[in-house]
Design a protein. Structure first.
Length: 230
């Protein structure tokens, strides 16, 4: 079976060498590589609401898995003593490393209105870069171009190519005028998700240069419910 190149996450084009190392370490064949992510990110969302029960902005926290964090630090020549902590100078070099997004990259965050149409989000506003227990932690904020009513709206964090897997282990927090509002997370049925993913992969020949877009199949869906305003 011909070995296909694995895609480099679009927001980190400079890390091709690190991704090559990750590919070799995984030892995955093409069909398996398409069906499994290679970067794992524990995610937290903070959703800002206004007095009209509308979403105005979302703060995203990414905690990268320890192996990928190691590859990034090695690629950038940081943490040479391998103690899992960075000096202030090293943190300054790391700051913003994953905020250099190429044109067209959606930031792996999708906010949809009640019709299922994705709304426009601002470019990222970097807030934090850190390394905790050997894992890179970054945080950024996205502002909605127009406030979005929570009724029927949804938020999902996923990579369409499923190279990166986002898990809402950090939960969802509401901020602002949140009295009477709660956030819920719906996880996809695992068996159904993998069946749909297999069907998507079956549509692509082994020598295809593209990868099937299946990240949405495994995405968790966030919805917000607010009591009627008195």
């Amino acid at each position: 079976m011909k070995q296909m190149p694995l895609p480099v996450p679009v927001r980190w084009p400079r890390l091709a060498a690190g991704m090559a190392a990750l590919t070799l370490a995984s030892g995955l064949l093409p069909d398996t590589a398409r069906a499994h992510p290679h970067v794992f990110v524990d995610t937290a969302l903070t959703v800002e609401l206004d007095a009209q029960q509308r979403i105005t902005a979302v703060t995203v926290t990414w905690v990268y898995d320890d192996f990928y964090s190691l590859l990034v630090l090695q690629d950038m020549g940081l943490d040479e003593d391998a103690d899992g902590r960075l000096t202030p100078d090293e943190l300054a070099q790391l700051d913003g490393w994953d905020m250099k997004w190429i044109e067209g990259y959606a930031g792996d965050l999708y906010v949809a209105d009640a019709t299922g149409q994705d709304v426009v989000l601002s470019p990222p506003q970097p807030l934090r870069t850190d390394v905790m227990e050997g894992r890179i932690v970054t945080q950024h904020r996205r502002v909605l171009s127009d406030p979005l009513a929570v009724a029927g709206a949804s938020l999902r964090a996923y990579d369409p190519e499923f190279y990166t897997a986002y898990d809402l282990t950090g939960g969802v927090t509401l901020m602002g005028v949140v009295a009477g509002c709660t956030a819920g997370v719906t996880r996809p049925d695992e068996d159904s998700a993998y069946a749909e993913a297999q069907a998507l992969m079956a549509q692509f020949p082994e020598d295809a240069e593209e990868v099937p877009l299946m990240g949405h199949v495994f995405a968790e869906t966030v919805t917000i419910t607010c009591a009627p305003k008195s």
